[in-house]
Design a binder for this molecule. Structure first.
Ligand SMILES: [Zn+2]
Length: 139
């Protein structure tokens, strides 16, 4: 594909040189404009999927970071309130004071998932979980 783009660019400059020797008509021909549009379309076809993937990866990393914060808050809640492994957690009421660094605010999943944690010692989960790539689960 790169060779094809290179050939298109070379042909474009060849046409420009021809035009520079002629006197009169200014501007671009339809073929030149079509070539520029084709080159831009090919660049977009390469770049857009890359950015979509990067966005999904960033959302998953943010979600995993939030899940780790919720797990830490659950552990701190259990330690402070004398809970044992398996004791139920009333999420988010029990944990809201233990979320760091902003107590009182549990950050939402960047992709719109809903968090859940059932008991002390269990892992918090995102409702998106393994339905998206990359997964929203604690590794
Ligand atoms: Zn999530």
């Amino acid at each position: 594909m790169i060779n094809f783009v290179g050939m298109g660019v070379a042909w474009f400059y060849f046409e420009m040189r021809l035009k520079s020797h002629s006197v009169g008509l200014a501007g671009f021909t339809l073929v030149e404009i079509m070539i520029v549009i084709l080159i831009l379309a090919m660049l977009l076809a390469i770049i857009v999927p890359y950015y979509v993937k990067q966005r999904a990866t960033a959302q998953a990393n943010g979600c995993i970071n939030n899940l780790i914060k919720i797990e830490a808050a659950a552990n701190e809640f259990a330690l402070e309130c004398g809970k044992k492994t398996g004791d139920p957690i009333n999420y988010p009421t029990d944990l809201i004071a233990y979320i760091k660094p902003q107590a009182g605010h549990i950050p939402p999943c960047p992709a719109g998932g809903v968090y859940q944690i059932a008991s002390v010692g269990g892992y918090p989960t995102c409702s998106l979980g393994t339905t998206v790539t990359p997964n929203h689960v604690i590794p």
